[in-house]
Design a protein around this ligand. Sequence first.
Ligand SMILES: *Cc1c(COP(=O)(O)O)cnc(C)c1O
Length: 384
Amino acid sequence: MKMQVPLSSPDIIEKDIDAVVAVLKTRFLSIGPKIEEFEKKICDYVGVKNAVAVNSGTSALHLIIKGLGIQEGDKVLTTPFSFIASSNCILFEKAEPLFVDIDEQTLNLDPVKIEERLKSLKAEELKKVKALLAVDVFGQPADWDRVEEIARKYNLLLIEDSAESLGSEYKGRKCGTFGEAGVFAFYPNKQITTAEGGVLVTDNEELAVAARSMRSQGRGISGEWLDHDRLGYNFRMDELAAALGCSQLERIDEILEKRAKVAERYNKRLGEIKEVQIPYISQNTNKMSWFVYVIRLAKGIDRDKVMKYLNQEGVQCKPYFTPIHLQPFYVDMFGYQRGDFPVTEDISSRTIALPFFNNLTEEQMDYVVEKLAEAITLKGEALA
Ligand SMILES: *Cc1c(COP(=O)(O)O)cnc(C)c1O
């Protein structure tokens, strides 16, 4: 029997719906009490002093780049294996991403390669490198001890794109707390959702004040509607989104547990297929908050054909991630070529994100595994 299994699916319960509807019955649809409540809840959960809620994770990243004064002529070390926003935020301010290849196991930035890259730069170039932006890919924390050490040694501002790692911990420290600032994102496929939405988290008071101002037209602390201290945007999170965020965050522990159970079952079932490599979790990751479930196929298997077969059979899947440096406009702007970041390119050609969400049933998972096994054993014509 053919099943339809979506790649992701939000987990909205009656309590979430009630929370949103309650806001609709008040005067405050934006700039009200819910955004403050959500920010406070995020601060408490993550263990940071400041949270600035905005309309997307991308906006939060943009405010960090701008708030830290990164500008035209500056370079920022980062990864080509990520969702494109972690690199685009650098371009928004006309600075340039300086890509470094990833670790083959964790899929995060490889600290050895970061240092090699820095050492290879001439003094003049090195002076332009202002920051290091590391991503906790698929929810797994970057190797923060070593990344922090490099940032200190080379006097770089450190930024964490923790959009995928709400609740993950590295050696007992929560993601979002590394470097100057971190972000979380709440698009419907993330661990918790506000529909669209994001938040910037930081212990840097000055950055928090600047971000708060910039998200709302550059208004000063007084918040007066027509007083503007600086160039700002409208990046505000509305009250409906904030209310949904509060309600979702109240069950974060339960949500992460559900996701871990799904991952565990996948691990067990897929571990039996020798052509499939299940996600690697580092010993440094003492708590894993699963964002997506991404497998790697053995070399020599035609990943795209496997995906096509899965999609035909109703199993939605995606090639997470496509290398950022090979996106056409990055090639046009910077002249990147295939071969520039070989680990990223090899991994990108072999990974598949399988259906993954809180309420994925055992029956659905078993169907996914069965169809994947079929796709791998079918050869040539059968798979065309
Ligand atoms: C989801 C995500 C973002 C952006 O979040 P949006 O809310 O979609 O703008 C940024 N970086 C990474 C790594 C992400 O996964």
